[in-house]
Ligand binder design. Sequence first.
Ligand code: AMP
Length: 483
Amino acid sequence: MRRTLDIVDTRPPDLDDKPREECGVVAITGVEGAAELAFLGLYALQHRGQEAGGMVAVDDDGVARVHKGLGLVADVFDAESLKRLEGSTALGHVRYSTAGGGGARNAQPIVVRYAEGDLAVAHNGNLTNAHDLRNWLVREGSIFQGTNDSEVVVHLVARSRHETVDLQIDDALTHLEGAFSMVISVGQTLYAVRDRRGFRPLVLGRVEGGHVVASETCALDILGAEYIRDIEPGEVLKIEGDKVENLRPLPPAKKASPCIFELVYFARPDSRLWGVSVDRARRAFGRQLAREHHVEADCVIAVPDSANSAALGYAEESGIPYELGLLRNHYVGRTFIKPSQADRDFGARIKYNPVREVMEGQRVVVVDDSLVRGTTSRSLVKFMKEAGAKEVHFRIASPPVKSPCFYGIDMPSRSELIGSTRSVEEIAEELGVDSLGYLSLEGMQGAVEDAGPFCNACFSGDYPAPLIDVEKGYVPGNVGPSC
Ligand code: AMP
C-alpha cells in the first residue's frame, strides 16, 4: 500500500523555537469520504489558525494517509489531495504559531505507525510540561522530528506497556499537564479528549452513520451535523462509527477553567461555547462596558470584525447609534510584503480604513475586543482623527491583558503587553485618545456568570494549571511578580 507524507523537512529540531500555538481541530468517523467533511470543517475553523493545515484519513485496512502544508486550508488541499485521503475516519488541524515556531515540520496531525497500527494526533492547546516530558522521553531513547506538543503524546502512547489501545491512551494522558483538546485515531477508532480543566473547547456532533468532533460548533453547522453536546473537561471518548463510549475520565480538577479569551476574541461569534453563544457573550460584554464607561458621543463603531458584537452591545445599552466607521480588508494574510516606502502605521493601514463620512466632526466611541500590544489601536486613533473625528473615546470589551497565556492563545511576552507595563492613563496618552475605558474583570465575569468560572489568567495572572516548563526554566516565564 502506498503511503504519502507530503512535507519533508530535514532540519534538526530546535527546542528553542517551540511554538506557542493557536489551533483548531476536527475529526469525523463512520462516514465514507470523511476527509471531504473534515476539509469543510477546517474551512469553518480557519480563524483558529492560518499558518498551516493538515489532514489524515484512515481507510478500511487501517492505513493512514496524510496531507499537510503551509497556508490556508483552500491552498493546502485540492481535489487531487482530497481524493487520496481515503477512508471513513479523518482528522484535520489548522494552526497558527509565532514566528520561529512554525514551519512544515510542526504541521499536524502527527502520524506514526506503531505496534497497534497507524496512530494520528491533532491537538489544540498547549501542554505546560511538554519540554519536561520530551527531555524524559529523549533520555529514554525517543527520537523527535519536530517541536510540537502532539509528538510527545504520540511517543507516550507508543511506548506504553499496557496491553490495549484504550489503556495505552489512558496511560499517555495521565502524563499531560496544561491545555489539550485533542483528537487521536488508532486505525479507524477515534478518541476525543479534553483536559481536566477544559481550557479549550471541543464539541461532539452527529452526522448520518457517524460522528464529528470539532473545536467549535460553527464546524458542525457547515456539515449540517447535529450538535450533541460539549465534551466535558476530563472526558475521554472512544468513538467507533455511530457508537460513543466513555473511557475512564482524567482525574477531576478542583474546578474547570475554560478560557474566557475564546469568548472575548478567539472563537467565531456564530459558535456556541460551553453553553453560551459567543455573539451573546460579546454583546453582554459590550453592554456592561457601556454601563461602566459611559460617555456623551454621536456614534459607536467597532474595530471589525472581532469587536462587532461587543460594539453592538455598547450601542444597545448606551442608546448611541451604531455606525460602520472602520472598514477591514479581509484579504490580508498574517504575512505580506512590505513596500519600501511604508510608514510605521503600515500594518494597520493595510488592514483598516476609516469611513470619512462617518467620522467627520463626530464624537466617536470605538470599541475593540482587547488591547494586546496597543500598536494597532495607536494607528487606528490616528487614522480616525485624520478622517475628521472630533473626539475618539476608546472602549475595550475586556480588562487589560497583563500576563501571557501558556494554555494555547498566542500572546507576546509580558514586557510587550501594553496593559502590563502601563497604567490606563498612560495607555490613553500613548494612544492619543480623548478617553479610555476597559471592562472590569468582575463585569466581564458577571456578564457570563451562568457559564463560568473561567480561566482569566491573561487578565488576572492567576494560572489554574501548573506551569511546569516555566518553573523548570525550559521556557521563558515572563510571569512577573505582580501577576
Ligand atoms: P494590538 O493591541 O495592536 O496588539 O492588537 C490587538 C488586537 O489584536 C485585538 O483587538 C484583537 O482583535 C487582536 N488579538 C487579540 N489577541 C490576539 C491573538 N492572540 N492573536 C492575534 N490577534 C489578537
